[in-house]
Design a protein around this ligand. Structure first.
Ligand code: ARG
Length: 462
């Protein structure tokens, strides 16, 4: 190729770009990741051009074969990417010219890099949505296995990170299954909305060639062509939706990661991470650090950062394509890579961790966690108004606190000193097992309810 001007569009340029211009303009350093999608899009386009009689079958065949040769060169790491050729689209096309000669020049008929990059990127993001959904399913299965193992293990439920009421381990695991299932739904929704093809919008206005956009859409697995050519080359909300879904998912991951960090501490000992998912300290031999959980907790930073960054890039851009939009890819690449890594690490950690049933039980029984059960008993058995029951219970908690014991350790006489109608059977609701077993309302923490939900999720994930 000529070094003075770009062979793709250099017809009216006498000189090549300044080196800094080339550096700021080129995207090949990152958009080479779109190679497979670029080649798939070009193959569909070439086949359609031939079917429509716009190019000959012979040329289309040469183009299709040449593109496959290039794909294998890229996969084998034998392709020489050139910054002077700016991006993946021109790198592939220039190489096609070297491989098959003259017919290569016909590939770009009725097409522009604007619809080309839009279709490539959509295909790439669509794959990532699929990968995220697969990752989420694996994570949900790992959580479900934990839930099944400890459906009736009692642990403290928290509000304000203060012991609130006893709940079950299975219930806590299933809370995350619910969250991740909504993430799954968000990726699925985004995928369904993005699954329309921009190919054939050409530069922005469509084309005068008799192309068949339905055919290329079908060939690339889209549900149909996008209906407005201006929108087709301008839209990046498919990428933003992916990033938004990724951000919310990363937020959920960060919450669970934070709980794992707390739970694996020496103060809590609720879970033990396997050796595979712990790291030691170079100076403190006793340490087992939950580094993976901490890193997952942190990933939200760059993922949500990508969402904000791309939103800012797109904000205020006039229709249609502007080069600003080349800044979309690195954000999405980085967010997708890190989301997949976080999902895989969380799945591995959850699958390998061991819950400490005794520590969970002991913590559940401390901190007056059955005070609400006591108040409910006073309402149900003695007919007290809930407000009064709350007050009586508060007085009993104060007594236990002063004595340095938990509610079940108060004697009946001590209880009667606060309210004389309290009977011996109050102790039946004070145990944590009784407490959780009584939470039979739909969505409640009773082991029987939890098992119902486990069965439902087993079916959903099967
Ligand atoms: N590398 C460009 C991008 O990623 C491809 C589209 C360029 N189109 C153009 N008219 N300069 O956005």
């Amino acid at each position: 190729m000529t070094k003075t001007s770009n062979q793709m569009w250099g017809g009216r340029f006498a000189a090549g770009p300044d080196a800094i211009m080339e550096a700021i303009n080129a995207s090949i350093g990152f958009d080479r990741r779109l190679a497979a999608q670029d080649i798939a899009g070009s193959r569909a386009h070439a086949a359609m051009l031939a079917a429509q009689g716009i190019i000959t079958d012979k040329d289309a065949e040469a183009i299709g074969k040449g593109l496959l040769t290039i794909l294998s060169e890229i996969e084998a790491g034998k392709f020489e990417f050139s910054t002077a050729l700016e991006d993946i689209h021109m790198n592939v096309e220039a190489r096609l010219k070297e491989v098959i000669g003259e017919p290569a020049g016909r590939l770009h008929t009725a097409r522009s890099r604007n619809d080309q990059v839009a279709v490539d990127f959509r295909l790439w993001v669509r794959d990532q949505a699929d990968a995220a959904m697969a990752g989420l399913r694996a994570l949900m299965a790992a959580l479900l296995a934990q839930a099944e193992a400890g459906a009736d293990w009692v642990m403290p439920g928290f509000t304000h990170l203060q012991t609130a009421q006893p709940v079950t381990w299975g219930h806590h695991m299933l809370a995350y299954v619910e969250m991740f299932s909504r993430d799954l739904g968000r990726f699925g929704d985004a995928r369904a909305r993005m699954n329309f093809s921009p190919l054939g919008a050409a530069a922005l206005a469509g084309t005068s060639f008799p192309i068949d956009r339905h055919a290329t859409a079908r060939a690339l697995g889209f549900d149909g062509p996008m209906a407005n050519s201006l929108d087709a080359v301008s839209d990046r909300d498919f990428a933003l939706e992916f990033l938004a879904a990724a951000s919310i998912c990363a937020m959920h991951l960060s919450r669970f990661a934070e709980e794992l960090v707390i739970w694996s501490s020496a103060q809590f000992r609720f879970v033990r991470m396997s050796d595979k998912w712990s790291t030691g300290s170079s100076i403190m031999p006793q340490k087992r650090n939950p580094d993976a959980a901490e890193l997952i907790r942190a990933k939200i930073g760059r993922i949500f950062g990508a969402n904000v960054a791309l939103m800012m890039v797109m904000k205020g851009l006039p229709l249609t394509y502007s080069k600003d939009m080349q800044e979309d890819k690195e954000q999405v690449f980085d967010a997708a890579d890190n989301l997949m890594l976080a999902l895989a690490a969380m799945t591995g950690m959850v699958g390998d961790m061991t819950a400490n049933r005794d520590a969970l039980r002991a913590a559940a029984a401390s901190g007056f966690s059955t005070a609400t059960d006591l108040a409910d008993w006073l309402v149900r058995e003695l007919g007290l108004p809930f407000r009064e029951a709350h007050h009586v219970t508060g007085a009993l908690v104060a007594r236990a606190e002063a004595k340095g014991c938990d509610l079940p350790e108060l004697s009946l006489d001590e209880m009667r000193a606060v309210h004389q109608a309290i009977r011996q059977d109050v102790f039946e609701v004070l145990g944590v097992e009784n407490s959780v077993a009584s939470r039979m309302s739909y969505g409640g923490t009773a082991p029987a309810r939890v098992r119902e939900q486990i069965a439902r999720w087993r079916e959903v994930l099967a």
